[in-house]
Write a protein that binds this ligand. Sequence first.
Ligand code: GCO
Length: 449
Amino acid sequence: MDNKIFTWGASTSAYQIEGAWNTDGKGPSIWDAYCGESGRIQHGDSGDVTCDHYNRFKEDVGLMKEIGLQAYRFSISWPRVLSDGTGAVNTKGLDFYDKLVDELLAKGIDPLVTLFHWDYPLHLQDRGGWLNADSPKWYADYVTTVAQKLGDRVEKWITFNEPQVFINEGHLNDFHAPGLQLSLRDTLRAGHNVLLAHGLGCQVIREHATKPPKIGWAPAGKTYAPASDKPEDIAAAHQMTFGVPNKDLFNDPWWSDPVVHGHYPEAGIQRYGDAMIDFDPADMQTICQPLDFFAINLYFCECKVKAGPNGPETIPYDGNKPRTMMNWPITPEVLYWSTKWNYERYQLPMIISENGLACMDWVQEDGAVHDTQRIDFYSAYLKQLKRAMDEGVDMIGYYAWSLMDNFEWSQGYRQRFGLIHVDMDTGTRTLKDSAHWYRNIIATNGEEL
Ligand code: GCO
């Protein structure tokens, strides 16, 4: 890639890989509770043990080094650091991240810390969770604790991962923890508190981190693809992407417009109508903090869109469309359109904080994992990223999802997203062919795509 400061990495999140769910004083999270409810997770799986990264992190950092990763994005489990969510620090839990950061730096791998990737402290959920007016302050106190401990060595921070998913899917649609079906109005209230938490989080990182921090956040990019290169189809797809077309919170502008521009998008206020919440206008000053980068998680385009006589018309992908094991359509152009449009709209250096696919992987008779489809996927997607960069998008990093197979939320272990295969019974790690391929891509800075 042309950009000299482009960083190649891979991502994980705490609940998906750490295990050790009740070790060394860790408190329960909403995901611990959710997995305990029968029927929630495929095959009754849970993250209780998963990759056991908590105990095997040195081995895992060694594998990162073997792949040649320049950076590693991981998240911090809030209830591991503060068992009750607030109050006394669980020193052993915080020490785990301290050791992880040291291990990464010793191997020359840059840590990118996600402060919240969905495993919310259960004790705070019992106090109303994101609906509680104190919830932004709870988050800021937690972030302060982490920034004071790691902020002398960590440079890059992400405040939240995919607010769309944990708020919309967890609070409106009952598909993720905490498994609620709130009214749209209450969901908007919870979302507003998350935005306030983001703003306060930025402030306390800048206050307490001694290494000058670079801060961003990582929404899920919901992107619609133009059905053709005609300008009117491109405009129609752009309108669907940024126009808040549905009465839910799974869209980009509702979240990122306040964070970067300091106001909710008018299209959303119109769409939500009577459900729209009242709030103190001063909140927007808290929410809209200077950011150093804009991260985004990208996997696929929703559908194609063309211009019709009465506005954008959606064209679903048909049965002939290649799909991943998640049944997500393979649409490399998502990396082009989404980065281009989000860069135009938000004007911040961009990071792909997640991109990848679940394949049908297993350790084959020769002891290797020949995931040729993953290699083809990454190759096609990265070419589209290069296309966006060639057209001027300021990309500073790319993080594959995921470093290793892990607990895929409601889908349990049947979806394998890793560059590294993990046998969940034995913990054995095997580098997939894609990991070897990625090592070469990193070593040649994308020249051999
Ligand atoms: C998300 C999360 C990850 C997922 C990944 C694959 O985007 O849902 O950030 O935790 O595991 O995206 O679904």
